[in-house]
Design a protein around this ligand. Structure first.
Ligand code: ADP
Ligand code: MG
Length: 302
């Protein structure tokens, strides 16, 4: 289950810790109930959280700034703690807390150092700047509709370093929180791994994990009921079923933009193409209904 940013901070909110814990109850209550019948792996985004850390360190010259890989690791700990403690409370309310074991895992994801994304950084992250301020920053920025933002590479995830550990934990009936923020991007240097300044799309990383662990259902939960055609327009139509072929066509026609619905549809399609049974994109409110086949957009390999 890949949880979108809105599981913690909803549009228009400041993102106080109270708001984040309150929002998190919506998906986590459902996950607690589902864990009765399913073994669950939870992955999550970290966009606003990592953005806040970048903003904090830009406004403090008393300590040395940390590279992005460290900030991603920090958000894995932060959000892992929030998910785990919320889940623990919800399991306690259901009376099943004593049978369930939870664990959050710091996760590395291998990327290729020759990935073309490194030559062409495309992912805007962190705070918005004026053009004048952007020109003084020590890293590349990109103009977005809101203003200038730092831009980093978003390379393809190749493999989840901890896949065997995650599989073993799942086999032992643990609920696992992992691959936060798409994972800490690393490249292999001989036998060691080396962190890089990049971010991996959390939906694409989750698809790799889903395939490597061999899950039955890959669920992507976000702030809309599924994938739509003509999204946001008068002819908007949410799809209940979407074949891999249709997805490729609609994607070409521009229905699923990069950076939002595009990677979700792509991640779901990659999973079913690789032999995965079910992939569904749904809203955070309707996770249980989507698992039951009664909500969301199901991506089908044709
Ligand atoms: P998350 O934090 O869950 O990854 P994103 O903001 O990245 O969420 O992606 C979800 C957003 O994608 C929705 O809020 C919606 O505004 C946008 N979106 C763009 N195109 C579509 C589409 N064709 N169908 C549904 N949502 C779309
Ligand atoms: Mg997203």
């Amino acid at each position: 289950m890949a949880l979108g940013g809105n599981a913690l901070i909803r549009k228009g909110e400041a993102g106080t810790i109270e708001e984040q814990f309150r929002n998190l109850k919506v998906p986590v209550k459902q996950i607690a109930r589902l864990s009765d019948e399913y073994r669950v792996i939870i992955t999550h985004g970290n966009g606003p959280q990592v953005g806040n850390l970048l903003l904090q360190q830009e406004n403090c010259s008393l300590v040395p700034p940390l590279p992005l890989e460290i900030l991603v690791a920090q958000t894995q700990g932060e959000i892992g703690y929030m998910v785990e403690s919320t889940l623990d409370s919800e399991l306690m309310l259901l009376g099943t807390d004593t049978q369930k074991h939870l664990v959050s895992l710091i996760s590395y994801v291998v990327v290729n150092e020759n990935d073309p994304a490194f030559q062409n950084p495309s992912k805007p992250i962190g705070p918005v700047y004026t053009a004048e301020r952007a020109a003084t920053l020590p890293y590349p920025t990109v103009r977005t509709p809101k203003g200038y933002r730092r831009v980093v590479a978003s390379p393809q995830p190749i493999t989840i370093v901890e896949k065997r550990e995650i599989k073993r934990l799942i086999d032992m009936d643990f609920i696992v929180v992992c691959c936060g923020g798409g994972g800490i991007p690393v490249i292999r240097e001989g036998r060691t791994f080396c962190g890089v300044d990049a971010v991996i799309d959390k939906d694409l990383a989750s698809a790799v994990l889903a395939r490597e662990v061999g899950v039955d259902i890959f669920l992507i939960a976000t702030d809309v009921e599924g994938a739509a055609l003509y999204y946001g327009g008068p002819e908007e139509r949410f799809l209940r079923k979407l074949t891999v072929h249709e997805a490729a066509e609609y994607e070409k026609e521009g229905h699923f933009p990069a950076g939002s619905m595009g990677p979700k549809v792509e991640a779901a399609a990659r999973f079913v193409k690789a032999g995965g049974k079910r992939a569904v994109i749904t809203s955070i409110e309707t996770i249980e209904a989507a698992v039951a086949g009664k909500a969301g957009t199901e991506i089908i390999f044709d």
